[in-house]
Design a protein around this ligand. Structure first.
Ligand code: NAD
Ligand code: WQD
Length: 336
């Protein structure tokens, strides 16, 4: 079977998707510069899926390296996870974000074009919808980025549309993830943020393991039932399976530009997340109400009908599964 190139494959979403793809029989070549992940993820992927992926430590902006990869391997499709994702940081170092996320994508697409590889799965984000005008969010909702990170995702979405229109034969999926959480049930891989976590679930996990004293709940005065922010949390294994479905969809078509949400369609508030995690770990999660985080929206969840209709995929794992798998991983990685 030809090889799939997975950029960012040692990261959170890339590693779980790599497991699913290897288990489906694909051979993988992972390209990652390890700026936000660990080499130890590779034996963990091998342990779960039964064989090690090929790995090259390198940067997606390295055009010579890309040319070498495409000339030395028969690449069938590219799944592009590599990128920077911290919204707050993107406002402090926007050029680094544009360079990594936008230039990184164009360098990769140019190398693909030269090698005549035209199947590309892109990690977009629900952040492209900005502040929702209606819920649930359909793919037709107007796009509006509110920070540099979001702009990089908008720009790459547009670049992909331009590319699709410019040349026949491209098979492109723009996958808009909602809030990925959880971990592989084996607890061999999971989310491993460096420094203070930006996102809710890894922060709660570090409070539960005692690494941090309490959680700051960013605002309890939103227009939501309990006043705290509502998001569409999706188990990372459901998300990974969504990629396998999107890849199959692309490979079945001679050309396509697929744009789809990957979410559950169900929103949970910060307080509901705290309570669910408490149930799982059997101990209280200390928290205090803090001021709103700048740029946060009140609520956001996906309309999932398009993904169900086009990919025959939907998320199946529950909030309890998300908490249990996240907690198992938190304990395992904390003990390591
Ligand atoms: P992650 O940081 O865990 O994984 C990204 C991986 O890419 C890391 O292993 C990192 O080392 C690598 N990388 C970064 N820049 C690189 C470069 N220039 N060359 C090679 N490797 C590079 O993040 P993730 O949560 O797995 O996210 C994967 C993708 O999904 C990103 O593009 C992100 O923007 C997008 N996304 C993430 C979320 C989320 O909440 N996690 C939501 C929507 C979209
Ligand atoms: C969830 C809720 C917070 C931390 C971000 C990016 C988005 C996407 C996913 C990449 C909100 C609250 C959080 C904390 C809290 N990433 N919260 N205390 O903001 O929905 O999305 O990650 O594409 O682009 O913006 O996720 O997990 O940061 O926050 O109260 O310590 O938890 O206010 O209501 P968010 P999050």
């Amino acid at each position: 079977m030809p090889t799939l190139l997975v950029t960012g494959g040692t990261g959170f979403i890339g590693s779980h998707t790599s497991v699913v793809l290897q288990q489906a029989g694909h051979d993988l070549l992972i390209l990652d510069n390890l700026c936000n992940s660990q080499r130890t993820t590779l034996p963990a992927i091998a342990q779960i899926s039964g064989r090690p992926p090929l790995f090259i430590e390198g940067d997606v902006r390295d055009t010579e390296l890309l040319a070498r990869i495409f000339s030395e391997h028969t690449i069938d499709a590219v799944l592009h996870f590599a990128g920077l994702k911290a919204v707050g940081e993107s406002t402090q170092i926007p050029l680094v974000y544009y360079d990594n996320n936008v230039h990184g994508s164009t360098a990769l697409l140019q190398a693909m074009q030269q090698a005549q590889v035209r199947t590309f799965i892109f990690s977009s984000s629900a952040t492209v919808y900005g502040d929702p005008q209606y819920l649930p969010l359909t793919e037709a909702h107007p796009r509006n980025a509110t920070n540099p990170y979001g702009h990089t995702k908008l720009m790459v979405e547009d670049i992909l549309e331009n590319l699709y229109q410019s040349e026949p034969g491209w098979r492109i999926a723009r996958l808009r993830y909602f809030n990925p959480v959880g971990a592989h049930p084996s607890a061999c891989i999971g989310e491993a943020p460096r420094g203070i976590p930006n996102n809710l679930m890894p922060y709660i996990a570090q409070v539960a393991t005692g690494e941090r004293p309490l959680l700051n709940v960013f605002g309890d005065d939103y227009d939501t039932p309990d006043g705290t922010g509502i998001r569409d949390y999706i188990h990372v294994m459901d998300l990974a399976e969504g990629h396998a479905a999107a890849l199959d969809y692309c490979l079945r078509h001679t050309q396509t530009l697929l744009t789809t949400n990957l979410g559950t369609g169900q929103g949970y508030s910060v307080m509901q997340m705290i309570r669910a995690y408490e149930q799982t770990c059997g101990q209280p999660i200390p928290y205090e109400i803090a001021t709103r985080r700048p740029g946060d929206i009140a609520a956001c969840w996906a309309d999932t009908r398009h993904a169900q209709a086009t990919l025959a995929w939907r998320a199946t794992r529950s909030l309890q599964d998300m908490c249990e798998d996240a907690w198992r991983w938190a304990k395992a990685s904390n003990a390591a």
